[in-house]
Design a protein around this ligand. Structure first.
Ligand code: GDP
Length: 436
């Protein structure tokens, strides 16, 4: 719902030196003034020092004011910098909601930046990668995307394709005096340039994906579903800690798992259970972070329990574990029957994982999900261009080539987001944190 005003805490939960609440939308100024006590001058971007009314009293705060359109979302944006006390920050957020701000969805600020044309989809995805980056290589790979490395290449390809379209149109205009075919030499020259451009963009994205490391697959699900046992069964060795007591897996355990094409990093998580103590809380926070940055999850359910859906939109394999137990019901549709104890269904699980990351090309290596999306669009565009060109060589009319070029352009627009379907956008932005 663009047009309404959203607010969210943009810093992680828990105590810290500072916490930040972000507000964006047309009513930002009015809503913030309901809690802000201090100087405020709405005409231009500024940082104000004052106090925030938390309902019980006032607290020292800063307010960064970025009026539309010179803000991340191109809407009026305010950021309240508060003392990093969780209860206080929640109280202020609750007041902002009472004043009319809606709680922001995951990634909604970034989605608004994309909607307003502030950033294209590939840059937004770069931001997502950057937030999830856990090492230098991933940070560098994300930075290339945020910096517009792919967006610039796609824009150049787009412009070449448009030029070729124009050439086709011009040929159509002169159909009576000419044969209706695009001049061969110019066509081949432009085709060669486009081919080189596509190769270069694919190589850029392939290198970026390889730099970002192997795809991360998180084992997640209820405590005692058998995640650690499954981790060992997939790897064919004893590594994770397995115990009857729920919540045994305190730390994230990682290991490389070979797949049909390439490999993935298999991560065992603490069960997504209730927070019971400090140690459990920490493990939960790590699990949530791992969920956010996983490329795929293996969602494990105990076949004796009622199956639940994974809490994120990440690509997943649903595993119905412990089928060796007597009297368990058959796997529900879409779930893979497995016994981590006997090994039944483990080869099928490996195959399903391999399938998730199979790019259909050995040279591409283990592309991560985003890169896979980009590479697929680039390949589709290139294939359509080649199909049009070979039809031309075989004597087809310029009109046909123009059609193929338009399809190729639409495939490229999937990368910038110009023609990306809402469900795909939902899925991409759902992987961001709230407040991002
Ligand atoms: P986690 O909390 O999800 O990591 O679960 P664990 O892997 O620690 O397993 C919990 C308990 O269930 C352990 O006693 C395992 O031996 C048992 N378990 C796990 N998978 C299976 C299975 O496929 N069959 C049977 N019979 N027991 C299993």
């Amino acid at each position: 719902m663009p047009g309404d005003t959203i607010a969210a805490i943009a810093t992680p939960p828990g105590g810290a030196a500072r916490a930040l609440i972000r507000i964006s939308g047309p009513r930002t100024r009015e809503i913030v003034s309901g809690v802000w006590r201090g100087p405020f001058e709405p005409a231009s971007r500024a940082l104000f020092t004052g106090r925030v009314d938390d309902g019980l009293g006032t607290q020292p705060a800063l307010c960064a004011w970025m009026p539309a359109p010179r803000s991340f979302t191109r809407e009026d944006v305010a950021e309240l910098h508060l003392p990093g006390a969780e209860a206080l920050v929640r109280a202020v957020l609750a007041r902002l909601h009472e004043l009319g701000a809606r709680p922001a969805q995951p990634g909604e600020f970034t989605r608004r930046a994309f909607r307003s044309g502030r950033i294209d989809l590939s840059r937004a995805e770069g931001l997502l990668e950057l937030v999830c980056a856990s090492n230098e290589a991933e940070r560098a790979a994300a930075a290339e995307l945020v910096g517009g490395g792919l967006a610039r290449r796609v824009e150049a390809l787009r412009s070449e394709l448009l030029d070729l379209c124009a050439l086709c149109e011009a040929t159509l205009d002169f159909e009576e005096s000419d044969t209706g075919h695009v001049p061969r030499a110019e066509l081949e020259q432009r085709a060669a340039r486009l081919r080189a451009g596509f190769d270069e963009a694919l190589a850029f994205e392939g290198a970026r994906a390889r730099r970002g490391g192997e795809p991360r697959v998180l084992l997640a699900g209820a405590p005692n579903a058998g995640k650690s046992t499954l981790f060992n069964a997939l790897l064919g060795r004893e590594e994770a800690l397995v115990d009857e007591a729920a919540g045994t897996t305190r730390d994230l355990v990682r290991a490389e798992l070979a797949l049909a094409h390439g490999a993935c990093l298999l991560i065992d998580s603490a069960g997504l259970e209730e927070e019971r103590d400090e140690l459990g809380r920490e493990a939960q926070a790590r699990t949530r972070a791992a969920l956010a940055s996983a490329d795929a999850i293996i969602w494990v359910a105990d076949a004796r329990s009622t199956p639940s859906e994974p809490p994120s939109a990440t690509p997943r394999v649903l595993v119905w574990n412990q089928i060796d137990r007597a009297g368990v019901p058959p796997a529900p549709p879409g779930w893979l029957p497995v016994s981590a104890r006997t090994g039944a269904g483990i080869p099928e699980l490996s195959a399903a994982l391999g399938h998730l990351f199979d790019t259909g090309s050995a040279e591409a290596g283990p592309l991560r999900e985003l890169s896979l999306r980009h590479a697929t669009a680039l390949r589709q565009a290139r294939e359509r261009l080649e199909a049009g060109l070979s039809a031309q060589r075989a004597g087809a009319e310029a009109e046909l080539l123009a059609e193929d070029l338009h399809v190729a352009l639409a495939a490229l627009d999937e990368i910038s987001g110009a023609s990306t379907r809402e469900e795909v956008l939902d899925r991409i932005f759902a992987r961001f944190c709230i407040g991002k």
